[in-house]
Design a protein around this ligand. Structure first.
Ligand SMILES: [Zn+2]
Ligand SMILES: [Zn+2]
Length: 189
């Protein structure tokens, strides 16, 4: 399995627009951080966790030619605002994008991207197959994703365990029950 951190920045990225602070003016490359997202490559499949506002730039930077699925952690804009750009893969890969999201995130996607779901589709819009993501082991294009439900204040957010790798974003509370999924060495064998 190959993991690529596409972005590890704050919700605004680093540097922040117009920010006068030292970090935002730093020349250190580690202080240039795009919005949070991770690319998972396993068994010939390429899956992205979240499509934030930097999604286009991240796909170009990593020279991704095929994307098999999108998995969402939660609906905040810094994790979903680049979603429209998945249509590039529709055109090139000549198929619909497989999209995995909780019921709540699906509601937000329908609200924010109504044209994707309209009966009279404008040509060139994203084509997707939407799959319900629940808090249970889910095969995403043949790759096992174990959701870990964490809390971001009052908002539930999905982290994921994929094999020996755990990815959690936007969390300030993890219940003991969910923590077990991270600690147990081989959770589902
Ligand atoms: Zn700053
Ligand atoms: Zn968030």
């Amino acid at each position: 399995m190959q993991i690529t951190f596409l972005g590890t920045g704050t919700s605004q990225g680093i540097p922040i627009i117009a920010c006068p602070c030292i970090v935002c003016h730093s020349k250190d490359l580690k202080d240039k951080r795009l919005r949070s997202s991770v690319l998972v490559e396993e068994n010939g499949k390429t899956i992205v966790i979240d499509t934030g506002p930097d999604f286009r730039q991240q796909m170009l930077r990593e020279d991704i030619k095929v994307l098999d699925a999108v998995v969402f952690t939660h609906e905040h804009k810094d994790h979903t605002a680049g979603f429209d750009d998945i249509r590039a893969f529709n055109f090139i890969n000549k198929r619909k994008m497989e999209v995995y999201a909780s019921a709540r995130v699906q509601e937000a996607i329908r609200r924010e991207y109504p044209y994707i779901f309209s009966d009279f589709k404008y040509p060139g819009i994203p084509e997707i197959n939407l799959h319900l993501l629940e808090n249970k082991l889910t095969s995403i294009e043949g790759v096992d994703f174990l959701p870990i439900e964490v809390m971001h204040h009052k908002l539930p957010v999905f982290g994921f365990r994929i094999g020996g790798f755990t990815y959690i974003t936007d969390a300030n509370y993890i219940s003991d029950e969910e923590k077990k999924k991270i600690k147990i060495q081989k959770y589902w064998f």
